[in-house]
Every structure is written in C-alpha cells, then in structure tokens.
Design a protein around this ligand. Structure first.
Ligand code: PLP
Length: 383
C-alpha cells in the first residue's frame, strides 16, 4: 500500500479510532479476566461489558437490557432471522430484495428447512415498496426484515412505516441498521421495531463486535448454545476488548454526528457534481440517501476493471458486483431496482468518511476522467 492512498470505502469498514483503541488496550493486556469469573479480574471485565452495553443502548435510544452482544452484524442478523423464525415453527419469512447476504442467506437456509420465504420488492429509486408488504403478510408470517439504509446505494428505507404495518398484522419487524449507525440518527424506540442489528467496525470501532437490540417481549431462540452468556442468547466467552471498543465508538458517534453530516454531505454533493459532468448514472439519486454514499456507473465501462485501475492510482473504492470464486455477478440490489445487467456490472461505490477532503475528491475525479478515457480508447482499439 502506498501511504498516499486515499480511502473511499467507509461502508466496507472504517479505521479504528485512536481514542477507542486506548479504551480497549487494558482489556487486551492487564485486565484479561473472563467476565463469568467471580474474582476481581472477572468482575472488572463484567463491569466493562455492562458500561459498553449502556453506551450502545444510549446511541440508539434503547434500554441496556435490550442489547445482546454478538461477534458482528452478520451474527446478529443470523440470530434475528433464524432465532425468531424458529420460534414459530414452519412459517413465512419476508425480507426485502436488497438485503445484505447475511439477512438473505439465513432466510434461504430456513427455506431449505421448510420455511417459506417471500421477497419485498423495491422501486426504481431503490426504496422498498411499502404497498407490497400488506399483500405479502399473512397469518403465517413470523418475521419481516428490512434494512434501515442500503450498503450499496445508501438509500434509506421507510422502516417506521413498515414496522407499523407489521405490528398491525401482529408480526415482528427486524431492521439491519449496520450502515445507518454513525451516519444518520438511529432511534430504536422511535422506529418502533422489534429487533435491530448494529456493527462496531462501521463506526470506527473494532472488527468482531456487534449487537442485536431486542424488544424483550419477542420470542427468540439462540443459534449458538453453550455457557448461557447474553441472557442465554449468545453463548461463548465475550470478546471484552472488542465490546469495550464498540461501546466507546458508540459514545463518539453521539457527539460527532452533526459534524459528520456537515462535512460529508457537501463533499458528496461536490463529488456527484463532478460525476454528473463525466456522464455517470448515479443510482438511487432520487431517494433520500445516507450522506456519504454514492453508487454509480458509466455506460460500457466494467466496474471491476475501473476499481482496479483506480486502485493502481491510489484510490480505494468498491465495485458493485458480488464476487464468488469464479464469477462476478452484477449487484443484486441494482437488478432489483430494474437496472439492466450491463449497466449494473459497471457499478462502483464511493463511501466517504470524516478524513476525506475536497482536494481528495478533486484528485479522484481527475483520475477517474483519465481512466475513463484510457478504458474507452482500449475498447475502441479492441473493436
Ligand atoms: N449488514 C450490512 C448492511 C452490511 O453492510 C454489513 C457489512 O458490510 C453487515 C450487515 C455485516 O456486518 P459485519 O461485517 O459486522 O458482520
């Protein structure tokens, strides 16, 4: 890696904040107790976890007793889908067509075991179709899962409205708020959802920590069995240092949110003005989006190729394709929005963070223009 490299991939992960690391370090060295132990080392670790629980709860206006720590967003989503749907026996799971694979795949796994799975569609701007939910819901529905903001487009979803519809039908609504936390205000009580997933490493906390925020009246079964930690819902010795870091990161976002918005929103606007001049198609531009995310494509330019070319120029951005070992499929989020597969294969995502500057965006736009010209010339020669 070149130290001049510019990081534009904050929806993938973020750097650990120095203040967060400082809070974590004692729990990786001297304070190494197991929180289940009765001695002072154990008690100290337990009390650190309980403080972190309060910090996480405060960040989303929930009660500390509603916080179940997990190893990250993936596990919290698996726990929500599998743990809630299992309580109802064979039943129907509804997920939106734009969920992260860690919501979509547990639903598919349950389908293989006999559960039913229905997909809630999105409109051309990437917003979930609230009108479809009432038609999909039936007396067999055990859980509806719709993310608060999409990781690729950044499009924010009408979760409070969906929760209201789900409640009227007597069913449970879970929301994956992994991408929303730290970028917009997230309020568990106000959204009136039953369950919500959070992840630490998207908010300058450590990787390997997350939480499921849970309305305690909800029936849910654990997916990991063992010593009964986290009210029996997530057995296994807690990752104390990571949980402490997650709590510290949650506290930081509370004070930084207005500053974040004030810096990031104009920066994204500046970026998109430049992208429009270069002829980009910006996905979800007509909808309300996270302030830091821009997902776009250029006609006849392959996204993977462009990402690699930009990487060589020192810019870290993401492509919109779901890579498997031997193929790179176009983004399923874009396909669900009705984008054609050719344009979808061209998608790249810039997700900005607090460290990014206007100068970096200008340098990126200049590099992008050069690469577009070069790639188009290469295609013209090949033809
Ligand atoms: N949900 C969304 C929307 C995400 O973007 C991600 C990660 O990219 C996850 C869940 C998974 O979170 P984690 O990396 O903490 O497992």
């Amino acid at each position: 890696m070149n130290c001049a490299d510019i990081y534009f991939d904050h929806n993938a992960t973020t750097a650990l904040d120095a203040a967060v690391l400082e809070m974590m370090l004692p729990f990786m060295t001297q304070q190494h107790g197991n929180p289940t132990s009765r001695h002072s080392f154990g008690r100290h670790a337990r009390s650190a976890i309980e403080s972190a629980r309060e910090q996480v709860a405060n960040a989303v206006n929930a009660h500390p007793s509603q916080v179940i720590f997990t190893s990250g967003g993936t596990e919290a989503n698996n726990l929500a889908i599998t743990g809630i749907a299992s309580c109802y026996g064979i039943s129907q799971i509804i997920t939106s067509a734009i969920e992260h694979p860690c919501v979509h795949r547990p639903a598919l796994a349950m389908k293989q075991r006999g559960w039913k799975h229905a997909l809630l569609g999105v409109d051309v701007s990437g917003m979930v179709r609230t009108d479809q939910l009432s038609t999909l819901l039936n007396t067999e529905t055990s859980i509806v899962s719709v993310m608060l903001a999409n990781n690729e487009t950044g499009v924010m979803q009408p979760v409070a409205e969906l929760a209201e519809i789900a409640r009227r039908h007597g069913t449970t609504l879970h929301t994956d708020a992994v991408q929303a936390l730290g970028k917009i205000r997230v309020d568990f009580a106000e959204l009136n959802v039953h369950a919500m997933t959070l992840s630490s490493h998207k908010i300058n906390g450590p990787q390997g920590a997350g939480a499921l925020i849970l309305d305690k009246r909800i029936d849910i079964q654990p997916i990991i069995h063992g010593g009964g930690q986290e009210r029996g819902l997530r057995s296994g010795t807690e990752n104390v240092a990571a949980i402490v870091g997650f709590g510290a990161a949650c506290e930081l976002i509370q004070t930084r949110l207005p500053q974040h918005d004030g810096h990031i929103r104009p920066l994204r606007e500046h970026l998109e003005n430049g992208l429009n001049k270069l002829g980009a198609k910006i996905f979800g531009a007509g909808a309300e989006r996270l302030p830091n995310t821009s997902f776009f494509a250029f006609n006849e330019i392959d996204g993977e190729t462009l990402v690699m070319a930009l990487d060589r120029k020192g810019f870290a951005v993401a492509s919109g394709s779901a890579c498997s070992s031997d193929s790179s499929e176009p983004s399923s989020v874009l396909l669900a929005m009705g984008v054609g597969p050719d344009l979808a294969k061209g998608a790249i995502r810039v997700s900005l963070g607090m460290q990014n500057s206007r100068e970096q965006v200008d340098a990126f736009l200049a590099a992008l223009e050069q690469e577009l010209t070069r790639l188009r010339q290469m295609t013209a020669i090949a033809v």
